[in-house]
Design a protein around this ligand. Structure first.
Ligand SMILES: *Cc1c(COP(=O)(O)O)cnc(C)c1O
Length: 468
């Protein structure tokens, strides 16, 4: 491909992209294909000679597009959203073009310096205390793994990296049973092990599904008696299943008394904390007592995937855990920040640019308005579903997430979910709560409207009448 062709196709694809966003709402949200159908249409081996872009694009439309699930669809109500506001897409196109590998300050000073400033813009927007710094990672899973490794190293007096874990005793990490599976995996990978991730029950508020801090304290005391080594506590704001959120003050009180490192997983709900009313309700000032906090601007704020911000109260703890500086990575001259020392991968994309484009193009007030609307509309839809014959609300809305059941057993819940997703006008997913299957509904797509959300009620009613 020469640069004239590159330019021509770049322009064509820009037009394609705008048209895609204009018309994505007319497509079925979830791909309507069977396993293997797409792979069967692809050539089994790479071509020996180059092919023209016309042919490649035509095959893309014919083979690939029908196999896509549309995450930017305004009626995507499954999982959590992974947004891509148009302004952030433009930033990522620039980043793709320069394709800089921003591992060190000197491998692109602008990327490093903008990352520091964007983390601080977000720190202020989320109302975290002065003094927090942070780093942009690819995913909350990576940020949580970094925090768990820091817990491990801090608790072993920095011996784990050097000596390995054999003979260092049973390190213990505590969380509620509502945490995301990324916490389990972080403990597997960090060598701590599933059996040493202590999951505490929830209660007693009845509405937040918060970690039971009395039980937490008892477990830590019992573990110390048994000779185990408590290393850290992971709290959540907005769990994936039903939106569970821990009360931060009592968790921090225990962590402080027990000298434990703390990490807060707000991967989804963190974006909503740009709204002062949600911050007051879910976080208060206590949030600034956490050592590490992760949230994904790519989920609800509008930044293109991937973009996960990890705030750190004292980055030296994580740097002591992860920093490694062979001669070829040393930078001579003035002291600079090298973000690759803060994370597990060495190589890193220029992720700060899409945050800069996003926050400048929309402004925080516009971003707050979208999130407030999502919360409001989820509440309205919840009331409509509550009024539907035989339907029950299983968990009340927490921000823009609630769960419900249709009449019938667990298999019926799955039948309804599958029938709705086969229909394609909306996309929802199922979950488990208290040992029973339920249907999850969340609102968070960047361009979704009230009409999109309310249409879900019609679709659910119509499909239910057909299958019941
Ligand atoms: C989505 C989510 C995660 C995982 O996020 P990744 O960035 O995909 O690793 C972790 N915790 C919670 C609460 C989430 O909602």
């Amino acid at each position: 491909m020469n640069l004239d062709e590159f330019e021509e196709w770049g322009q064509k694809i820009a037009t394609w992209s705008a048209d895609y966003h204009r018309t994505v709402g007319d497509r079925p949200v979830r791909a309507q294909t069977r396993p293997g159908e797409i792979a069967a249409q692809l050539e089994v081996s790479a071509p020996e000679g180059g092919e023209g872009m016309d042919t490649i694009m035509a095959d893309f439309e014919r083979i690939v597009m029908p196999g896509m699930t549309h995450w930017q669809h305004p009626r995507f109500f499954a999982y959590f959203t992974s947004n891509a506001a148009p302004a952030s897409i433009l930033a990522d196109q620039i980043v793709n073009t320069m394709a800089a590998q921003c591992m060190l300050w000197q491998t692109s000073p602008a990327a490093t310096e903008m990352e520091g400033v964007m983390v601080d813009w977000l720190r202020q927007a989320l109302g975290l205390a002065d003094g927090f710094s942070g780093v942009i990672q690819d995913s909350a899973s990576s940020a949580t793994l970094s925090a768990v490794l820091t817990m491990r190293e801090r608790a072993t007096r920095w011996r784990g990296n050097k000596e390995g874990l054999n003979g260092l005793g049973n390190l213990r990490i505590y969380c509620s049973e509502q945490v995301h599976s990324s916490i389990d995996r972080a403990c597997w990978v960090a060598g701590i092990g599933q059996d040493n991730l202590v999951k505490i029950g929830t209660g007693p508020s009845g509405h937040a599904f918060e970690i039971d801090t009395n039980a937490l304290q008892e477990r830590i005391t019992a573990d110390r008696k048994a000779g185990h080594i408590p290393a850290g506590i992971i709290a959540i704001t907005g769990g994936t299943g039903i939106g569970a959120w821990d009360f931060l003050d009592p968790v921090l009180e225990i962590a402080k008394a027990e000298d434990l490192y703390t990490h807060l997983d707000a991967a989804w709900a963190g974006s909503a904390m740009i709204c002062p009313e949600f911050r007051d309700r879910f976080w208060g000032d206590a949030v600034s007592g956490f050592d590490s906090i992760v949230f994904n601007p790519h989920k609800w704020l509008g930044t293109q995937f991937d973009c996960s911000v990890q705030f750190l109260r004292d980055p030296s703890q994580q740097l002591n855990t992860l920093k490694i500086e062979p001669e070829y990575l040393k930078t001579s001259g003035a002291a600079v920040t090298n973000y690759s020392e803060w994370t597990i991968p060495l190589g890193r994309r220029f992720r700060a640019l899409k945050l800069w484009f996003l926050m400048r193009a929309y402004g925080l007030e516009n971003l707050r308005g979208r999130i407030r609307n999502h919360v409001l509309w989820a509440g309205e839809l919840c009331e409509v579903i509550r009024g539907m014959d035989g339907f029950d609300i299983v968990t009340e809305p927490i921000l823009s997430l609630f769960t419900f059941r249709c009449p019938g057993d667990d298999a019926m819940q799955q039948r309804l979910v599958d029938a709705i997703n086969d229909d394609g006008r909306i996309y929802i997913t199922q979950g488990m709560h208290d040992g029973r299957k339920m249907i999850r509904f969340q609102v968070g797509q960047f361009e979704t409207t009230r009409a999109d959300v309310m249409m879900a009620a019609d679709v659910i009613t119509e499909i239910w009448e057909k299958i019941k």
